[in-house]
Design a protein around this ligand. Structure first.
Ligand code: MG
Ligand code: ZN
Length: 225
């Protein structure tokens, strides 16, 4: 029986060229933000706890300014528009699985008609400081305190029915990459896939991702719809 492709596509550093949380903190964060970001990257602190603490350093009144900054600063990786259309036309299920926050993920992706396919964290600006909310926390199989738990979403897709492909760039995609059937990777995630011998292909643009998917369909006879 042929399987249906489902894509779990990361946002920061994958769809956008840079990490938006890091960009926001560099621009608006106090000096204490930098060591806190290092703690998250070196896994001394869970992503949920660290990201929550980072945004708690910023006044809610900055919201509009941050959104304007991100709209100017964030660059979408070439070929993304074509990639979204390719998936639609080929009947490939595309999900955006992001550790980012709704108030910058949705504006950047506006115009791609992906609204009901986005999984990311939430935000609350009603208090003096920004509060991050966590509508997609870890399920019973994950104890990493991810915040937005990619593996929990991936596990929701039965591997008997689905060919599960992770697209990502970083350490936050690694747990998902380990349980996926295939990985399309750049940067640190590519390096980790090599080290661990995970089935993967590297990409630089979404034109590359389209080619990889086209070849995969031919070689594995994965059903499209
Ligand atoms: Mg990323
Ligand atoms: Zn988790």
């Amino acid at each position: 029986m042929s399987k249906q492709i489902v894509l779990f596509c990361d946002f920061d550093g994958t769809i956008t060229e840079k990490d938006n949380i890091a960009a926001i903190m560099r621009r608006f964060g106090p000096p204490e933000a930098e060591p806190l970001m290092q703690k998250i990257l070196t896994q001394q602190m869970s992503i949920r706890e660290g990201v929550g603490q980072l945004f708690a350093m910023l006044p809610s009144a900055l919201k509009d300014e941050i959104v304007r900054f991100i709209a100017r600063d964030a660059k979408i990786r070439p070929g993304f528009d074509q990639f979204v259309r390719f998936c639609d036309e080929a009947g490939i299920e595309l999900l955006i699985t992001s550790g980012g926050i709704d108030f910058f993920v949705y504006p950047i992706l506006a115009g791609f008609q992906l609204e009901n396919r986005i999984y990311c964290n939430g935000s609350d600006f009603t208090q003096e400081r920004i509060t991050i909310t966590w509508p997609h926390r870890c399920g019973e199989h994950c104890s990493n305190d991810c915040g937005m738990c990619k593996t929990t979403i991936i596990r929701g897709y039965d591997p008997k029915r689905y060919h599960r492909i992770v697209i990502g760039d970083s350490i936050t995609d690694l747990a998902g990459a380990k349980i996926a059937d295939f990985v399309i990777a750049r940067s640190l995630l590519e390096q980790k896939c090599k080290e661990l011998g995970l089935a993967h292909q590297p990409f630089a643009t979404f034109y590359d991702v389209i080619h990889i998917l086209q070849n995969l369909q031919v070689s594995e006879e994965v059903k499209l719809s």
